[in-house]
Design a protein around this ligand. Structure first.
Ligand code: GMT
Length: 382
């Protein structure tokens, strides 16, 4: 198939899923065309089936807000026509689903019928999407998509709850490349970070409010009173200055390392003992899956789709959002020498269920059926 993928090119989860999907599809022989405003962060290797088309927004003094959606729709029209794409797959509803709708309508006037698949990732529904500023457009463009997928059952339910969506939503969970995300021998790195065998707790996120990074710090501050440990923070975002201040206030800076936006996150996860994800909202929790694949158990909240990934008492523990005391209690239990090995093994075993090879065929089947339905509709109208 010739597949167009529209996504955010940044390190965010939806962009990561879209890029890894495109890479996996290209390796299976499909031709994949990324359409976005800059090179996707994880589009980092050459494959003859992978193409990247940059959306260019001409500057004009009148444009206080540059009309990205129009430039994107125009680019989609151009690429679908020139590359003869079979299907367009847009990740994150805003503004990709409505831009795709516009592109589809333009192409229709030229007798080109392109099916559009929309994948809902999380905040496009649970946070930004349901804001009245966007809701009517989000509802409309989801309903106009030829197929809709969501990354967890919880997100599917939330979508039906907040939007008048009539379309069937298929759940296709996040997936993981187990060749990249696996526990690697990084003993020298571990010795440098925790020279006295301290336990290593890790959190990775975009440091936004929904991630509750403050809870991460408070959990760690309590855990280190009982178990000698260090905290590694991967990622960056608006909450970081406040978090740095909190570390100073709690006088724990000597045991906390801010590593910033690291690309090789699997190297950090390879030396970790525990992953912390106390999020307020989390449609799936890709960062936790990456940790589990590297044999790291997870202490998390029970927000959104996390319970579909982290199995209570098996791969880690879940607590109510904001229940720092319970998370501390659970973390101390998992970190006990007699418990840690079985949690690590279970984390990996469960992550294997989300392996790329098991999930990508679900997207391929979704494309095939959308293309088939489109053909039937066109034939019926002829
Ligand atoms: O906030 C983030 O984690 C980024 C966000 C995104 O859309 O880029 O991630 C969402 O999509 C990921 C991939 O499907 C999910 O694993 C994350 O759980 C989800 N984040 C939230 O729902 C907050």
């Amino acid at each position: 198939m010739k597949i167009g993928i529209v996504c955010y090119p940044t390190f965010g989860g939806s962009g990561v899923v879209a890029t890894e999907l495109g890479k996996a599809l290209a390796q299976k022989g499909h031709q994949v065309h990324f359409i976005t405003y800059s090179q996707p962060a994880r589009l980092d290797f050459f494959n003859e089936n992978l193409f990247y088309h940059e959306v260019y927004i001409p500057d004009y003094p009148l444009f206080h807000y540059p009309p990205y959606e129009l430039a994107l729709a125009s680019k989609m029209v151009d690429i679908v026509k020139f590359e003869k794409l079979d299907v367009l797959h847009v990740h994150y509803a805003i503004p990709h689903a409505s831009a795709a709708y516009m592109a589809k309508q333009i192409l229709k006037t030229q007798n080109i019928n392109i099916p559009v698949i929309t994948t809902l990732h999380g905040t496009d529904i649970t946070l930004v999407g349901k804001d009245p500023s966007y809701e009517p457009v989000v509802t409309f463009s989801i309903n106009q998509s030829d197929a809709v997928t969501s990354v967890s059952d919880d997100l599917r339910v939330e979508t039906y709850k907040y939007f008048k969506v009539e379309k069937e939503i298929e759940v296709i969970p996040n997936f993981i490349n187990l060749e990249r995300f696996r526990k690697q021998p990084k003993e020298h790195f571990k010795a440098a970070i925790s020279p006295f065998g301290e336990k290593l707790l890790v959190h990775t996120s975009n440091f936004r409010q929904v991630k509750r990074v403050e809870d991460v710090i408070r959990i760690f501050a309590e855990v280190r009173k009982t178990v000698a440990s260090k905290l590694l923070l991967v990622g960056d975002g608006p909450e970081r200055p406040g978090i740095e201040k909190l570390c100073r206030d709690l006088n724990i800076c000597q045991d906390v390392r801010f590593l910033g936006k690291l690309e090789a996150v699997e190297e950090v996860l390879s030396i970790a003992d525990l992953f912390l994800m106390p999020s307020e909202k989390e449609s799936f929790g890709l960062a936790a899956l990456e940790a589990m694949a590297c044999e790291v158990p997870v202490i998390s909240s029970n927000a959104g789709g996390i319970p579909e990934l982290n199995v209570q008492g098996v791969t880690g523990f879940l607590s109510n959002i904001g229940d720092v005391d319970d998370m501390v209690k659970n973390a101390l239990f998992v970190l006990q020498e007699e418990n840690l090995p079985r949690f690590k093994a279970a984390a990996l075993a469960h992550a294997q269920q989300f392996e790329t090879g098991k999930i990508v065929p679900l997207y391929e089947a979704c494309y095939q059926s959308a293309i088939e339905n489109q053909r039937k509709t066109v034939a019926a109208q002829a």
